[in-house]
Design a protein around this ligand. Structure first.
Ligand SMILES: *[C@@H]1O[C@H](CO)[C@@H](O)[C@H](O)[C@H]1NC(C)=O
Ligand SMILES: *[C@@H]1O[C@H](CO)[C@@H](O)[C@H](O)[C@H]1NC(C)=O
Ligand SMILES: *[C@@H]1O[C@H](CO)[C@@H](O)[C@H](O)[C@H]1NC(C)=O
Ligand SMILES: *[C@@H]1O[C@H](CO)[C@@H](O)[C@H](O)[C@H]1NC(C)=O
Ligand SMILES: *[C@@H]1O[C@H](CO)[C@@H](O)[C@H](O)[C@H]1NC(C)=O
Ligand SMILES: *[C@@H]1O[C@H](CO)[C@@H](O)[C@H](O)[C@H]1NC(C)=O
Ligand SMILES: *[C@@H]1O[C@H](CO)[C@@H](O)[C@H](O)[C@H]1NC(C)=O
Ligand SMILES: *[C@@H]1O[C@H](CO)[C@@H](O)[C@H](O)[C@H]1NC(C)=O
Ligand SMILES: *[C@@H]1O[C@H](CO)[C@@H](O)[C@H](O)[C@H]1NC(C)=O
Ligand SMILES: *[C@@H]1O[C@H](CO)[C@@H](O)[C@H](O)[C@H]1NC(C)=O
Length: 373
């Protein structure tokens, strides 16, 4: 038996008590809830020439609303999913009309929860849900690509872009059925200065992109940005942690690993540096691009090559195939760290939510708030 002096015992209890207090006072607090009727009031329609050099022609709010490219759709189990589609009726030799929505607010350290019920897919498409740093020339304020891919890809690609001086560790090999990451890091250098604009990247471990993702009702994607890590979880529709569904997300109960399981990507700087100087004033963006450098370079060797000699010819001449190239978004919530409220970590229960059966009947631009925007 170890004999401890009264003073030492008191000191050790003090340490434990203050540690416990620290553990129970950290939580995420919701600061924005973009969903339902108010969604469009917090986003702008970007309608300039696509800075990503794609074959998309982004339209403004009035055109999007009048043409039925943006509005709401019908879901049997969710009120007013946001619908962001494209022109699927017209032959468009100079670029296919589409939408790019940019959030009005910007964030630093945060936890961003996106409920995605359907996403664009198919040959020629290049959709993305991403965070773009504001205030400096790209990519000096950083870019975090949360959901991105091309053509008939089936696993999501996650990418970070910074100006210079950041590489990430490869935590893939550290994955041992544990909490590091389930996806695979495919490129370590996040900087524009050395390897062109590829960015550091990770490929998801499951079919959380495109047709397969949509068939099971999509899911919930959570991005956490701290000084030391940018972490992306991707939950299937039927397996989203209860604390997230309850609006009390807590990836680090008691600072002791995660009850959410392994994230798809965990980017940490490979040297002891902070992400804070590289990512700030981040705003959320949803867009659907077509063709562009990523697709064009690989078109002739892609699964889509036999459809047309080039991506732009395919996209220009085959409007009908793009009826499925739409986002249906249940909502987007932004949480920021809070140490002011004495609320303990959220519990963790798994619930089963029924997959969406169909999005056949599209209702667009009809909600009062959208009209009033
Ligand atoms: C790509 O996906 C679309 C939609 O599921 C499908 O119609 C098409 O056949 C696929 N194309 C290829 C080349 O796999
Ligand atoms: C990271 O590690 C995984 C597993 O060992 C490996 O498959 C992958 O190629 C590595 N990525 C890079 C960029 O080295
Ligand atoms: C894509 O997901 C499947 C499981 O659906 C997995 O078997 C495969 O390894 C993943 N691909 C990559 C490149 O990680
Ligand atoms: C966000 O707002 C919608 C109503 O627009 C509400 O139904 C939903 O519960 C809210 N989400 C959270 C996490 O509070
Ligand atoms: C932290 O994790 C360890 C190892 O899984 C476990 O034994 C311990 O009970 C956990 N602590 C808390 C407070 O959950
Ligand atoms: C990393 O940097 C932080 C803050 O600058 C410091 O507290 C910590 O001790 C450093 N860790 C290592 C292993 O150098
Ligand atoms: C985010 O960080 C930038 C750069 O440090 C700072 O200018 C800005 O005020 C911060 N925004 C918030 C909401 O804290
Ligand atoms: C792909 O093939 C077409 C002809 O089928 C050709 O016109 C085009 O230049 C090729 N593209 C690339 C990037 O090689
Ligand atoms: C989790 O489930 C258990 C058993 O159903 C229940 O007692 C508990 O209240 C639930 N916790 C939360 C946070 O919902
Ligand atoms: C959107 O379209 C509806 C008709 O479908 C119209 O009543 C409404 O004023 C339009 N809103 C805007 C902002 O153009």
């Amino acid at each position: 038996m170890i004999v401890m002096s009264t003073a030492a015992l008191a000191a050790s209890m003090l340490i434990r008590a203050s540690a416990a207090e620290k553990l129970t006072t950290f939580r995420y607090q919701m600061v924005k809830n973009y969903s339902g009727p108010s969604f469009y009031q917090n986003f702008d329609f970007f309608s300039e020439t696509d800075p990503s050099n794609s074959f998309a022609k982004y339209v403004d709010l009035t055109t999007a609303n009048d043409s039925g490219f943006a509005g709401y759709t019908v879901s049997p189990d969710w009120p007013y999913p946001v619908y962001l589609g494209v022109d699927y009726k017209t032959i468009t030799p100079t670029g296919r009309p589409s939408v790019r929505l940019e959030g009005r607010d910007t964030f630093n350290h945060s936890l961003i929860v996106a409920d995605i019920r359907h996403m664009p897919y198919g040959c020629g498409t290049w959709p993305a849900f991403w965070l773009l740093g504001q205030g400096l020339k790209w990519p000096k304020a950083g870019e975090i690509d949360i959901v991105e891919g091309i053509n008939n890809q089936s696993n999501n690609t996650m990418v970070l872009h910074v100006d210079s001086g950041v590489s990430v560790a490869n935590l893939t090999s550290a994955y041992n059925g544990n909490t590091q990451m389930a996806g695979t890091i495919t490129n370590l250098d996040c900087s524009l200065d050395s390897a062109g604009s590829t960015g550091c990247a990770a490929k998801a471990s499951w079919n959380n992109y495109g047709a397969g993702y949509n068939a099971q009702g999509g899911g919930v994607v959570v991005t956490e940005f701290t000084s030391r890590a940018i972490t992306i979880w991707s939950f299937p529709r039927n397996n989203t942690p209860q604390d997230i569904l309850d609006g009390k997300p807590n990836p680090h109960p008691l600072y002791n690993g995660s009850h959410w399981g392994a994230p798809e990507a965990k980017f940490v700087p490979s040297i002891n540096s902070s992400f804070d100087e590289h990512f700030f004033n981040l705003k959320p963006i949803f867009n659907t691009a077509f063709c562009g450098p990523w697709i064009d370079e690989g078109w002739n060797t892609s699964e889509c090559a036999s459809l047309a000699p080039t991506c732009t010819e395919y996209v220009a001449n085959n409007p009908a195939v793009f009826e499925g190239a739409y986002w249906a978004i249940g909502g987007l919530q932004v949480y920021v760290p809070s140490t002011t409220s004495n609320v303990g970590p959220a519990g963790y229960n798994t619930t089963v939510v029924q997959p969406i059966s169909s999005y056949n009947k599209k209702r667009r631009g009809q909600l009062t708030d959208f009209k009033a925007y």
